[in-house]
Design a protein. Structure first.
Length: 421
């Protein structure tokens, strides 16, 4: 007698461990919590400058070139091309922006800055997409080439001009700035009252409406515009598919080479706009070395933001804020932020212990104790520490956020047309 075999349902496979994503409400709650802690630290230390309108306005100005460089990196890497050459594209933007701005006015300088950066992007695309050279090697070579080319061009373009040398341009006409009438003054007055939380929030918002350059408004608008183009249009879907699975994209009729080229050229144009901002708005002059590694920090902001425009903007704001500390009450303000960092580390240690990750929790608690000790034994930090703060924060943030990152799957991978056949 044969027995009928009863088919058992397949055993349920455990879901692959994925990276948890922070939802928008949770993110807003974290930001609100940090703002509350910052207000507490301001009251305890008396360092009112850490949330002043002037501090926030300066931070925004310094965040713009970092954000534009990071946005450029976002466009390239969403199409599968790693863009380490952002620093070189920024350099090209500074030189071309100042040169054309000196000749024909600042808005023409903005246009030429974009074109200069786009030229660097085109070169990077030719080398990486057409000739399939390693993306990192190409980007580093572009950074070196941009530095040498601008130094050579500056010798011919600026030497002999009034105020110009082989390392700097003559002064360029300003684009001007503006404040939102009524709102800017009201927020500044509210910030000056030093009330708990309310004045800190007023300082944060006041920086967004005070002493704005028109180019700042354009730069900030690039963030939602990039999000809309990349995530809400057919063009953006095709471009992102090239960074996720170019073979599958090609099988659906997408011209992968074309989209990679477009993405990297747009990437260079955005970085060039950031360079033009440095030479036309931040300083009204081209100066050799004025990018100061902002292309690399922009790349770090993009990674911190998990290859998303909103997260990138938060990262650029954070790095711009730490960069602004050296310009406004640096030693005192950074000393106050030591206390904030120590408190945040205590919270981090408690969270790790709650997750039963006891070794990282112990290390975090030990670092927090050192921060408390540093704060308690000093009244001000050295200028060298203030100067290094943006770079230290860059490394710290990347190390803490590394486990939540999800880069495009085909980012940096070599691709040849027809390789899937």
């Amino acid at each position: 007698m044969s027995t009928a075999s009863v088919a058992k349902p397949p055993a349920k496979q455990p879901a692959p461990a994925g990276r948890s994503r922070i939802s928008l409400p949770v993110l807003l709650l974290i930001i609100a919590g940090v703002l509350v802690l910052t207000s507490v630290v301001r009251i305890i230390t008396g360092a009112d400058g850490i949330t002043s309108t002037g501090q926030m306005s300066t931070a925004l100005k310094l965040a713009v070139p970092i954000g534009l460089a990071g946005l450029g990196g976002l466009w390239a890497e969403r199409a599968g091309v790693v863009n380490i050459g952002l620093e070189g594209m920024l350099i090209l933007g500074t030189w071309f922006g100042a040169w054309a701005g000196f000749q024909w006015g600042p808005w023409v300088g903005v246009l030429f800055g974009i074109l200069g950066g786009a030229l660097g992007g085109l070169l990077h695309a030719i080398v990486t997409v057409t000739f399939n050279v390693n993306h990192i090697v190409s980007g580093v070579a572009l950074n070196i080439l941009a530095l040498g080319v601008t130094r050579y061009l500056a010798t011919f373009a600026f030497e002999g001009e009034e105020g110009g040398t082989s390392k700097q341009s003559p002064p360029v006409e300003s684009l001007g700035d503006f404040s939102v009438p009524g709102l800017s003054d009201w927020l500044m007055d509210l910030n000056g009252k030093h009330w708990f939380l309310v004045s800190d929030l007023a300082g944060l918002l006041g920086g967004l409406f005070t002493n704005l350059s028109p180019l700042t408004v354009v730069a900030v608008a690039m963030v939602p515009l990039s999000w809309w183009v990349l995530w809400r249009t057919a063009f953006g879907l095709r471009l992102r598919s090239c960074g996720e699975n170019p073979v599958a994209a090609e099988s659906l009729g997408v011209n992968v080479y074309k989209y990679k080229y477009l993405a990297v050229v747009i990437s260079g144009g955005l970085a060039g706009l950031g360079g033009a901002f440095l030479s036309l708005v931040a300083s009204n002059i081209y100066l050799e070395g004025q990018t100061g590694g902002r292309g690399y920090i922009g790349l770090a902001a993009m990674i911190f933001g998990n290859w998303m425009p909103g997260g990138l903007a938060l990262g650029a704001g954070l790095f711009g804020y730490t960069d602004s500390l050296k310009l406004r009450g640096g030693g005192t303000n950074v000393h106050a932020l030591l206390l904030l960092l120590a408190i945040l580390l205590v919270i981090g240690a408690a969270y790790l212990a709650w997750r039963k990750r006891y070794v990282p929790a112990a290390i975090t608690a030990a670092i927090s104790a050192l921060m408390f000790l540093w704060y308690g034994l000093t009244d001000e930090v050295p200028n060298q520490v203030v100067t290094a703060t943006p770079y230290v924060v860059t490394l710290l943030v990347l190390s803490l956020s590394a486990q939540r990152l999800r880069m495009p799957k085909a980012d940096g991978m070599p691709y040849r047309r027809g390789q899937g056949k």
